[in-house]
Design a protein around this ligand. Structure first.
Ligand SMILES: NC(=O)c1ccc[n+]([C@@H]2O[C@H](COP(=O)([O-])OP(=O)(O)OC[C@H]3O[C@@H](n4cnc5c(N)ncnc54)[C@H](OP(=O)(O)O)[C@@H]3O)[C@@H](O)[C@H]2O)c1
Length: 278
């Protein structure tokens, strides 16, 4: 590799460009200095410039598998948890478990998404905005899984000025911002939700939380990546991160390929469920 080193701002700009593109080949295509990287049709890439430091190298290694156009459509999730596997206290307080770098990472995950999805529990208890505020980037559209319509329409997320937001419901829509998920059974499954979102043109779907929602998508085999962001904190009680049906033997445990990254005071475990490109 040669040329100027690739710095963090430039690398992030490049990642955002990939997330909005369908093109395989050199990026950026119109750079007077030549391409920084070339994407290959099998989901891999060649870097033409050295990352300026280990943080930039990690940024690329972590986000290129999420943004590579050959790997879309893609579904990824995150969980920000304590060392003892909690995402909130018993009262639902979760602000903030993760440190600054962990939170920046969360906002980056939003910024590359076409749509960010949360369960009714999170929309209800956190009153989240689900916008991109800590890093450069556009707000994704926002979807709330709320078949029972229990989340108040007054929650800030339903303010359509920041980004289009809709409620995913089971039966016929009652309001303009509701979308009916067509189901193959009596309940709304993660696969039904993904089909519904992909049919509306969303190629990069980010399941942000909470624990029940991410667990359902994981159990249904609907995730390509799960980013577990672990903060050096022990809560000791509270809302669990992942909960799957009980197993008796460890043969039944999931053992995904897992790539660790350091995020300041937090640790990120990038679990990759999709088989790597041949
Ligand atoms: N640390 C983090 O990374 C993080 C991230 C997000 C949230 N949180 C915290 O997590 C807590 C909320 O998490 P949670 O696990 O209790 O709830 P949740 O996952 O946000 O929401 C669960 C609810 O969403 C609906 N839902 C989700 N998937 C569904 C499906 N496939 N079909 C039908 N309904 C579905 C159901 O609503 P109904 O019960 O109405 O049917 C379900 O009870 C909050 O305290 C929040 O602060 C933490």
């Amino acid at each position: 590799m040669a040329g100027r080193p690739l710095h963090a701002t430039e690398a992030w700009h490049l990642i955002r460009q990939l997330a909005r593109s369908d093109m395989i080949g050199p990026y950026p295509a119109d750079s007077p200095d030549g391409a920084a990287l070339t994407l290959l049709g099998d989901g891999s890439w060649h870097l033409h410039r050295d990352p300026a430091d280990a943080v930039v190298a990690d940024l690329l290694a972590c986000f290129l598998p999420l943004c590579h156009p050959a790997l879309a459509p893609l579904v990824y999730a995150q969980v920000g948890q304590s060392l003892d596997g909690r995402i909130a206290t018993v009262t639902g307080a979760s602000h903030y478990i993760n440190g600054c770098d962990g939170l920046d990472h969360l906002h980056r995950l939003r910024a590359i998404a076409d749509v960010v999805v949360v369960g009714a529990g999170t929309a209800d208890s956190d009153n989240p905005q689900l916008t991109v505020r800590r890093v450069d980037g556009d707000n994704p559209d926002r979807a709330i899984i709320d078949p029972r319509r229990r989340v108040s329409p007054d929650q800030v997320v339903f303010d359509q000025s920041a980004a289009p937001t809709f409620r995913l419901v089971h039966d016929a829509p009652c309001r303009a911002d509701e979308i009916q998920v067509t189901c193959e059974s009596a309940t709304v499954t993660p696969a039904d939700i993904i089909r519904c979102l992909q049919a509306r043109g969303y190629r990069r779907i980010f399941i942000e939380g909470g624990g029940q929602t991410v667990s359902r998508f994981l159990h249904a085999g609907c995730l390509d990546h799960l980013h577990l962001i672990v903060a050096p904190m022990i809560i000791g009680s509270g809302i669990p991160a992942l909960q799957l049906p009980e197993i008796d033997e460890l043969d039944g445990a999931l053992r995904p390929e897992t790539v660790p990254f350091r995020l300041g005071s937090d640790y990120l475990f990038d679990m990759r469920f999709r088989p790597p490109p041949a």
